[in-house]
Ligand binder design. Structure first.
Ligand SMILES: Cc1ncc(COP(=O)(O)O)c(C=O)c1O
Length: 390
């Protein structure tokens, strides 16, 4: 007989893997059988980490900066974040408002754990980054999805938001520019979100530096009075090509500093010390490497959007942020999951179905163009040929 005491909790049992990891595993299994796969499912820049940043970490290791540091992070990095926030979000914060986290994902986990209780209503974007919904469920909160609609450039649907926000809303999660759509929430909608709510806002701004076509980043924390109830998250993975370094930061009101400190103490202890020295170098360097990367992404986006729109039956918007496109494939009359799987097996192209990001992703696929132009050209040609056979 099974020992009923030896089990994971009911909420943990319900956790599911992220779609991207499941597709990657299947693609790798096909590769192991000798099949050639084009990877358009992975959300990580294909550029190396800029050399001066990598060298700063190596120098820190050589100096012996390999011991514990405070749970909230190395003071010099927290100070660099203060400067960065002042420069990019035009708000004055103090070091007490900043914590360094071992990734933005860890920041999402710590922030949501800190402010959500079972039964609380949480508004989040759908389609959206899967960790939001996973943690809402895991914490026993009530999920309140707000769709991102193609008709409004995949921004937060403000009509649905107005109907959903209430006194029971404890947290609103926003992510602009968005994964998986590349959509942006305009400043006027950020103002409305601020005006219509009284609760916590979690603003995931990890793609804030990846913008095209003269688009400017607007952060809800910059709006009057919002510093008091916004938790801003950002990280180094995307802008500095540092996905494997696991480094991010949180900005929050000072009242919760002590408890964020406790959550970090009892979960991770502290973020790695030498990676934080690389982080200081990244924040203090010029934006040159970011601008170069964004310029390259823009060319790839232009190519991918054009190539997709030339495929009969596919409609693709031109996103102005992040490095994803979210083409509409409804005309094929197949589910997104079916089509994504068909393209993997038939064309050898790994991409994600829109429903991996929530039910409002049905009818769409997510393609990451954070890979070389050669891979994109081959991948798009293969997609075109496979879709023509349906
Ligand atoms: C919207 C969003 N937030 C957070 C993350 C996680 O970033 P990190 O690598 O810093 O954990 C990602 C990564 O894909 C993302 O797309």
């Amino acid at each position: 007989m099974r020992n009923q005491l030896i089990r994971v909790t009911k909420t943990t049992a319900k956790l599911k893997p992220e779609g991207a990891y499941a597709v990657l595993a299947k693609a790798q299994a096909l590769e192991a059988q000798g099949k050639k796969i084009i990877h358009l499912e992975i959300g990580q820049p294909d550029f190396p980490t800029p050399k001066p940043i990598a060298r700063a970490a190596i120098a820190a290791i050589e100096k012996g900066l390999t011991k514990y540091n405070p749970p909230l992070g190395v003071m010099a990095l927290r100070q660099a974040v203060v400067q960065k926030i002042k420069q990019t979000r035009k708000v004055k914060i103090k070091v007490n408002n900043v914590a360094i986290t071992p990734s933005t994902k860890a920041g999402i986990f710590i922030a949501m754990t800190a402010v959500i209780e079972p039964g609380d209503e949480v508004i989040y974007p759908d389609p959206g980054f899967p960790t939001y919904r996973a943690l809402i469920d895991w914490l026993g909160a009530v999920p309140k999805p707000v769709p991102l609609l193609e008709t409004t450039g995949f921004s937060f649907d403000m009509r649905a938001f107005k109907k959903t926000v209430s006194k029971k809303t404890r947290l609103i999660i926003i992510n602009s520019p968005s994964n998986p759509t590349g959509g942006i929430i305009p400043k006027k909608d950020l103002k409305k979100i601020a005006e219509l709510s009284r609760c916590w806002i979690l603003s995931d701004e990890i793609y804030s530096k990846i913008l095209y076509d003269n688009q400017r980043h607007h952060s809800i924390i910059s709006l009057p009075g919002m510093k008091k109830r916004t938790i801003l998250l950002d990280g180094f993975s995307k802008s500095y090509s540092m996905t494997g370094w696991r480094l991010g930061y949180m900005v929050f009101p000072q009242e919760i500093e002590e408890k964020i400190d406790c959550l970090l103490t009892h979960s991770i202890g502290c973020s790695a010390t030498f990676t934080q020295y690389a982080g200081i170098k990244a924040l203090k360097s010029s934006n040159q490497s970011i601008l170069k990367m964004v310029k390259e992404f823009k060319q790839r986006r232009n190519f991918v959007v054009k190539a997709l729109n030339e495929i009969p039956g596919v409609k693709c918007q031109n996103p102005t942020g992040a490095f994803y496109v979210f083409p509409n494939i409804k005309s094929f009359g197949k589910s997104s999951k079916w089509l994504a799987n068909y393209l993997l097996e038939k064309a050898g192209v790994a991409l994600l179905d829109g429903t991996s990001f929530g039910k409002h992703g049905e009818g769409y696929l997510r393609i990451s163009y954070a890979t070389s132009m050669d891979q994109l050209k081959t991948g798009l040609e293969k997609i075109k040929q496979a879709l023509a056979q349906l």
